[in-house]
Design a binder for this molecule. Structure first.
Ligand SMILES: [Zn+2]
Length: 154
């Protein structure tokens, strides 16, 4: 197999890894997966955490290593890339649709109003900066009264 074909296959394997905190999204959907490349004779998978110290990153690294081992690609080197910092702009359109379908408000730039993922009302307010996971904040819709998670902007 050529290196290009191998890397294409390696990218597909890495792009299939689900995010531990948002399992409906892959790490490619979230923009965490930055690159898959050859470095010093091994496959390197470059990932950028959604924020520094994100506890999910070691789980993601373990999942990548396991998926590549299962596919017969070993060793694989998972490398964290901290610069440039992850931005919610890196979430793909498909990723944003999956977030909304799961009832999680996708990140919006700056201080743009947050629409309720259930009824689309803009009458929403943050209840707590701490949601069900470290990467989410808890919001509540004043129109339908439902709480919802908002994926934090970084
Ligand atoms: Zn609502």
């Amino acid at each position: 197999m050529s290196i290009t074909a191998s890397l294409t296959r390696a990218w597909r394997i890495a792009a299939d890894i689900a995010d531990p905190e948002l399992p409906m999204l892959s790490i490619a959907d979230l923009g965490i997966l930055r690159d898959v490349r050859w470095e010093d004779g091994t496959v390197s998978v470059l990932i950028t955490p959604t924020y520094s110290g994100c506890p999910a990153m070691s789980a993601i690294a373990d999942d990548i290593t396991a998926a590549f081992a299962a596919a017969g690609i070993a060793p694989v080197h998972v490398r964290r890339v901290l610069a440039p910092a992850w931005s919610s702009d890196w979430i793909t359109p498909a990723g944003r649709r999956k977030l909304a379908a799961a009832g999680i408000a996708p990140p919006t730039p700056g201080s743009a109003p947050i629409a309720c993922p259930r009824c689309a009302s803009m009458e929403t307010a943050m209840l707590s900066p701490f949601g069900t996971t470290a990467c989410r904040a808890l919001w509540r819709c004043r129109a339908c009264g439902e709480p919802f998670d908002r994926f934090k902007c970084h």
